[in-house]
Design a protein around this ligand. Structure first.
Ligand code: ATP
Ligand code: MG
Length: 320
């Protein structure tokens, strides 16, 4: 049976849903296809003969220590619509090829799950409100390469609101109560902060206004944190040869920064260690205690972030 799937192709995380009959009530309801209750990380690892996608790729990226070879693409969505493609280990790859690897993986996962009876050929796919024509065209092309026809694009905040309301067991009553009311949706993802003002009109969700900011997505925080940590560490260890950064070391540091940032939601202080950050000749080994010889300890980034002065005139934002 051919069902229409819903794909939330996110900068950081992606997942698939399908509307199907509930076995108990026989009523139609959305099923969210996750990996052990979590979305699939939008990471692709080109390390062997076939690309590795999702959690397995992210696990390799998060691994401390050597033994991680090949090249990672994190957040391929942000490259869609760019004429430059993606540099994978110095070799240019079309963004649509990398995204096709990711979408193909989602398709395979969805059809090998409990929905294996369905052939996954078409999908409704969510996009940021800021996504322009060339990026949409490339996304459509990528989906086509993965064997998926895009039935329709839906703005991410609208899809989030729909998903939120649909989960309500009193969906009909809630929608009736919201009639003519305005609802402002914030969707703060890894790539964009999207805002949509919606109104329920005759039981339908209508978009009144959209605004998106691509400069304050979660990825931007990770990058900023990584740059700060790198700069502080270079200042602390001026005698190290910083031209000897190992392949993938920056990618591992960036991933560790995201984990650190998330950890800082619950802890006031976190530290991280990246082994083999620099390649050094000779037999020296990393020490897991500071001061480091070849690895890199990054201390108390929270404190450093707190000490950051905002630039004169504040931060620029397209939301201003
Ligand atoms: N506890 C947390 N504290 C801070 N940031 C967090 C936390 N948990 C997740 N994040 C960040 O949220 C972002 C992921 O959010 P989400 O999965 O909604 O994004 P996405 O849908 O992949 O991206 P987009 O919609 O922009 O394409 C990442 O940057 C992640 O690091
Ligand atoms: Mg999202």
């Amino acid at each position: 049976m051919a069902a229409t799937f819903g794909i939330d192709f996110g900068t950081t995380n992606s997942l698939v849903t399908v509307i199907s009959n509930d076995v108990k009530t026989t009523k139609k309801r959305p099923y969210v296809l996750t990996h052990e209750g979590k979305p699939h990380p939008s990471v692709v690892w080109y390390g062997g003969t076939v690309p590795v996608v999702g959690k397995e790729a992210k696990d390799h990226l998060s691994q401390l220590g050597l033994g991680v070879f090949g090249n990672f693409v994190r957040s391929p969505k942000i490259f869609l619509g760019s004429p430059y493609g993606i540099s994978v280990g110095g070799i240019k790859k079309e963004a649509s090829d990398v995204v096709a690897d990711l979408l193909g993986f989602l398709r395979k996962e969805a059809t090998s799950s409990s929905f294996k009876g369905n052939s996954f050929e078409s999908a409704v796919i969510t996009i940021p409100v800021t996504m322009r024509g060339p990026a949409r065209a490339e996304l459509r092309f990528a989906a086509q390469k993965a064997g998926i026809r895009i039935h329709q694009f839906v703005h991410e905040p609208l899809a989030a609101l729909y998903g939120y309301l649909r989960r309500d067991t009193n969906f009909g009553q809630t929608i009736a109560e919201l009639e003519r009311r305005l609802v402002l949706v914030f969707d703060w993802g890894g790539g964009t902060l999207d805002l949509t003002l919606c109104q329920v009109q005759n039981g339908l969700l209508m978009q009144i206004a959209n605004l998106g900011d691509t400069e304050v997505g979660g990825d931007a925080f990770d990058l900023r944190l990584r740059n700060l940590i790198r700069r502080k560490h270079e200042e602390n260890f001026p005698n190290s040869d910083w031209s000897l950064v190992q392949p993938n070391a920056d990618a591992r540091l960036l991933q560790a920064c995201e984990d650190l940032k998330i950890g800082l939601s619950e802890h006031s202080k976190r530290s991280l260690f990246i082994s083999d950050y620099l390649a050094t000749p000779g037999p020296e080994k990393d020490s897991h205690r500071p001061p480091p010889k070849v690895g890199a300890w990054f201390y108390e980034p929270l404190k450093a972030v707190e000490n950051l002065e905002p630039p004169k005139g504040g931060y620029s934002s397209s939301l201003n």
